[in-house]
Unconditional design. Structure first.
Length: 126
């Protein structure tokens, strides 16, 4: 139930909480599957040192699953930080700047990781 004052001020529901919640839960489910695979496979890859780790990334299945893991983790992180920023930052300008910074930080981090994996996967260890 909303009062007329709340309706006029626009302080009602943003009508996107359910969508955000579902996206965060789906990314969490992906992480529940991918993180144990990653921990298990990296434990064996690290026994070979640097060469073992690069060979691990060069395997197509490992490279693809690792990129899926990174995608899900960064997306989940972005959604979580978005919630924290929206809930605890009250100044509109600061909030917008932090939300934009959050998105750009995740995009840059994702691009760096994808380029690193592709360099090892396609270009070899050179």
């Amino acid at each position: 139930m909303t009062t007329s004052t709340k309706t006029v001020r626009g302080l009602g529901s943003a009508r996107r909480g359910t969508e955000h919640h579902i996206r965060q839960r789906v990314s969490a489910i992906a992480l529940v599957v991918l993180v144990p695979w990653f921990l298990y496979s990296v434990a064996f890859a690290m026994t070979g040192g640097y060469e073992g780790a690069t060979q691990w990334v060069q395997a197509p299945v490992n490279a693809i699953l690792f990129l899926l893991l990174v995608s899900a983790a960064l997306y989940h992180m972005r959604l979580g930080l978005e919630t924290v920023i929206e809930d605890y930052i009250s100044r509109a300008g600061t909030k917008q700047a932090l939300l934009i910074g959050n998105t750009f930080f995740v995009a840059v981090l994702f691009a760096a990781i994808v380029l690193s994996v592709l360099k090892l996967w396609i270009g070899g260890a050179a």
